[in-house]
Structure formats: C-alpha cells, structure tokens
Design a protein around this ligand. Sequence first.
Ligand code: ARG
Length: 493
Amino acid sequence: MSSDPVRRGRLAGGRPAEVAAFLSSMDADRWIADADIRVDIAHLLMLDQQEIIERDASSAVMAALLGMYEHGVPETVFDDEYEDVHAGIEACLIAASGMDKGGRLHMGRSRNDEVATCIRIRLREELLAHMAGLSSLRAALLEQAERHTETVMPGFTHLQHAQPTTLGHYLLAYEQALSRDFERLWDGYGRVNRSPLGAAAFASTGYPIDREMTAGLLGFPELVLNTMDAVSARDFVIETTAACTILMSTLSRMAEEIVLWSSAFVRFVTLDDAYCSTSSIMPQKKNPDTAEIMRGKSGVVAGSFTAAFTAVKGLPMSYNRDLQDVTPSLWRAVSESGACIGIAAGIISTATFHPDRMREEAGRGFSTATELADVLVREFGLPFRAAHNIIGRAIRSSVIDLAVLEAAAQELSGISLVERGLTGERISDALDVDVSVRMRSAPGGPAPETVAEAIAIQHAALEDDRIWVRSEEGRLQAAEDEMIREARRLVDE
Ligand code: ARG
C-alpha cells in the first residue's frame, strides 16, 4: 500500500519510479515547504474556532505543526514516495498524531487552494526582497550620480556621438528606469497579496469555514473571492515573470553598456576586480564576466515568462495539473533576476568611472553643433531649420569656423552671418562642451544643477519606497507572530 496518504484509497499501490518522478513537484516544493506549515496552522486555527474539529485533535496536530515551524520541516516530507510536499507533510502529521487526529486537518480544503496560497505567500517574500534589492541598486546609482554631476561625457544616439551630457544624468536615466521596475513589482504585489484559501478543490466547501479569518492570519488583506478563479488563477505568475523580464531588460541594457564602457576602445569605466574574471591562456585579460552573465540571464528570465504564459493560456477552468509546472518558472524568474539585482548593485557601487576619458570624447564628432544652431537662432535671428542646414553644410568640410559658416550661410540662405555680428569667438564659445551641458537645464536635463535637483527628488522617492517595503515586511511579520501566538495558546489551553 502506498504511504502517500492521498493515493492509497483510490489507486493501487505500485508505480514505476519514473512515473512517480514525472508526477512529482518535490524539487520546486522546497520553495514552499515553510509556507505550507503556516497555511496548515492558519487552516487549523480556523477549523478549531469554527468548531469543525474537536479540540483534542486540533491541539495534537497543532503541536506537531509548531514543531515543524520551530525546527523546520523534516527531510522525510520530501521523500520520493510522496507526490508533493503537501502529501509529505500530511503523512508526517498523521505519523506524529495518529490518523484519528492528523487525518482531520484536510477538512474543507484541497491541495489546489493550499498550493495557490503557499505560492502567493512565498512570492510576497520574494517580491519584497526584490524591491529591497532594487532600492539598494537605485541608491548605488544615486550615490555615483552625486559624485558625477559635473562629469561631462558624450551622449549617444544610434551609438554615434550625439550631444554632450553628464555622467550624473546618464546614471539617473537608469535609476529612473529601475524606479519603474520597482513600481511594476509593487503594483503586482497588490494582486499577489490575496488569499485563495478556502476555495478547496474549486467549489468551496460545505463546512462552515471562515475565509476572512485564514486570510487575516496569513496577512492577506483581501480574498481571491470566486473559488473557481482562486484555484486556477496564475495571472499573478505571468505578471511577476513579465515584470522580472522587463526589469531584466533594464539590467541587460546596463550590462551591455558596462561591457562596452570597460573595453579599451572606450575606457569610460574600470570594474572592481571582484566583478571580473581572467583568461586561462591570456594572462593580461580582465573581463567583465558578471555583466556578461547578467546580459545572458535576461534570456533565462524571459524564457520563464514564456513558459508560464504558454502553459496557462490554453487551460480550461479550473485546476489543471499543468499548473504544477508553471510554478518552477516563477521561482527561476525570481531567483535569477534577484541575483542580477544584487550583482548590478555591487558592480555600480564599486565601479571607477574615468572623467578624463569621458571629457576627451564629449566634444568629438561636432557633438555641440546643436548648441551652435541654437545660438544662430537665439542671437542671429535664423529659423532653426536654416541654422541646422548651414551648420550641417559647414560640417561637410570637417571644420566649423567663421569662414566656413559664412560661406554656407551665403550659399544656402543668401545671408551674411558676419554682417549680423557673428564672430569666431562666439562660435568657439558655443561649441564648448561645458556651455552646451550647462545650457540644458530644462527639467530632467543634464545641467549639473538640474541633475543635483533630480537626485534630491529621486532620493526622496527612494526613501518612500524603502519605508513602504520595511513597513510591509513588518506587517507580514506581525501577522505571522500573532498567528503563532494563537497557535501556541491553542496547544497550551
Ligand atoms: N503539487 C501540486 C501543484 O503544485 C499541488 C496541487 C495538486 N492538486 C491536484 N489536484 N493534484 O500544483
């Protein structure tokens, strides 16, 4: 007879090991084993309060559950003979308190609502850890930005030198993108944070259960109300893996630039040795491997999203076993993206940027030509398009000086810039990279004081985000502590 408490009634005992392994979710269930104990405790407190279970049974089972809560689930619950951790834990409880008591815990619920609740509980923790990690990464970017408000560098479009900017401005661009990645996780968290418990198989139960009570004990402010939706919904998995994929697109872009910038061609940054590897044959090599792996991981995370989406999209209501295979994609997405967040924070906070090299490149390729066009517009009355054409024509000769500009103005517009008062000195002033950057002080622009103001605003936003994460962690911990106190009271009474 099977020792899996779920199988041994309906199904005949033996099955080939490969079938057991094929059906098993045990590897991924390690993620939710601790959460399952908390779900059991909440469910049992509710059964007890609603007088669905007798006190001697609830107190014996609770004592066994508290043992697992305090000392961790025993390794035996992961044994191959069980199909999943829920069966393993139930078998362990029955072994500890006898069938007559331990066999009563599963009244009014199913593994379907149980597993959905476990996943949401564990995912909440993972999302909060992601948000805390993202906050540290954002702080690292802001700190470097603070050091480099005055560091002039080239900005690129089409990866061609475009206009001068500041390193502070550039770093803030990534911080802003990451603050949206934070926001996406935060927003999704609200939908993860709802309790499916009490939905049972899908049709709820005839026992007089109290769904609000178990939700409250487990720190869920809301229910996933419709019980059919509660067991079958995995949109929160699709949403989380999508948010992680989008986050990885930000990190992967950053990684790509770190690889590029640390190349000898560019040499804008030197990474700390801790984040680099060397070659087994070329002794001189220092390679930005952490950034490369980060760029690569974006594919793994995107794959998790695709796997989850594809598995879910064709499923009829309500629970289907396919859903078991969606969960590992979720854990893969959160663990890989979580690791990348931490590595990125380390790379950024220990990186040494090279302002001298950035300045060297800042003015290359007539990158200040836009500012000169603006000067011709503001001070010499030209329409912008005429100024744009004149300077563009002048640049064909690879120099910009008074003579070349004057010739281009005569040729294209039939006007004399010299007569209008343009001087060689005014031209070289306008082409100065510092002037160009300082002029660009519109909100969100690269001018040093504008960047300094933006840093202050982002610091405040980051602080609010950090406060939210800490308070949510505190709220969850308080709910858990309160539930455990109630569980101990039940045993002690
Ligand atoms: N291990 C299963 C999962 O992860 C638990 C639910 C099993 N439910 C069922 N009816 N077989 O989805």
